[in-house]
Design a protein around this ligand. Sequence first.
Ligand code: TXA
Ligand code: MG
Length: 354
Amino acid sequence: METKILDANIEKSIELCADVIKSGGLIGVPTETVYGLGANALSSDAVMKIFTTKGRQPDNPLIVHVASPSDVGLVVREIPAVFEILTKTFWPGPLTLVMKKTDAVPDSVSAGLDTVAVRMPEHPVMLRLIEKSGVPIAAPSANISGSPSPTKAQHVFNDLFGKIPYVLDGGDCRIGVESTVVDITGDVAQILRPGGVTYEELVKVLGAVEVFAPLNSSDVTAPRSPGMKYRHYSPKAPVIAVVGPAEKSAEFIRTNIVGGCKCANHSEIDTRLAENPKKIAALMFDDYSFDNPAVVCFGACSDHKAQAANLFDSLRRLDSLDYNVILAQVPEQKGLGLAVANRILKAATVVENV
Ligand code: TXA
Ligand code: MG
C-alpha cells in the first residue's frame, strides 16, 4: 500500500479519510497533542488493526475520541458528578477521562477492563473527521510502539509508510505531549498519565487530585494505566536522563561530551561507550546549551510549553544523527514540566542524579 499525506485544508481529504474509517480502515490523524492512528472505535476488527500496525501490546487500552460531551453516553455507562465541571473547563482539549464503559465498546479498545478512556480533542480537523465518520474514533499515538510520538504528519509517514493509506496533515501539533489521563471512577480523581492539562489546573477545579503516575518505569509495581509500564518514547540510542538543577545537569553534560563519557553502570550503555566514549549527543535547554553539533535544543529552561512542543521532534532528530548515547536535561516537575519530565524519564535507560 502506498501511503499518501493529504492536506486537511481540502474538504475532499476529510471525506476520503471518513470513508476509510467507515469501511474499517486506519488513518493518521492530527490532534492538538500528537498525531493519532485512528479507527472506528465501535468495530473490534478495525481496532485490532491498530494493535498489529503499531506493534502495540494488546493489554494496553486505547483512547476513544468524541466530537462532543453529549456523545459520551454511547460509550460510558456511569457519568460521574465531576464530569460536567471537567468537560466544561477542559474540553475540547488534552484531558482524557477514564469512566465505566458500555457494551458498545469492544474489549479490544479497553483491553478487557470495564472502563474506557474518552476525550474530545480540540483540533478542528479531528473534530470534522469524527463528525463525518459518524462514529467515535479510537486512536493511540501514531508511532511504532516504543518510539517517540509523532507531532508532524511527516513523522507518521516515516513510521507507518506502507501500512496505512492516508495521513491527514493538519500541521504541527500545538501542545506536543499527549493528553492527561484521569480516572474519575473513584471518590478522588487520579492522574494516571501527566499531559497537556496540568496537575495544578486540575487541583484548581477539583480541590483534591491524586497523582498515580510513577515517573520512572522501574518504580511501577501495579500500573493503573497499563501503558505506563512499558518503555516509551525512546530514540534508538539509549538515553541517560540527567536530573538536577539546570546548571548542574548542563555542566555534567558538557564535561561528558567534551571529555568523553566513561561509564553509566549499565551494560548496554557501557558497551557502547567502550566502543567510542565521544559519540555522545545531548538534548538541552536553549539557555544552558553550548555550541556543539552533538547538542539539540528543545526550549528555554523555564519554557515548558516550548519543551513540550519540541520534545518528540528533537528526540527524532537525535535519532537521525549517528550517536551511541544521548544525555538529556530534565525540566522541573511542575506545570507542563511534569509531563515533559515524565516522557524523558520513560524514554531513559538510566537516570543520573546530579
Ligand atoms: O493525546 C493523546 O492522548 C493521544 C492523542 C492521539 O489523542 N493519544 C494517546 O494514546 O496518547 P496512547 O494510546 O498512546 O495512550 C493512551 C494511554 C495509555 O497510557 C493507556 O494505558 C491509557 O491511556 N488508557 C487507555 N484506556 C485506559 C483505561 N481504561 N484505564 C486506564 N488507562 C487507560
Ligand atoms: Mg503513545
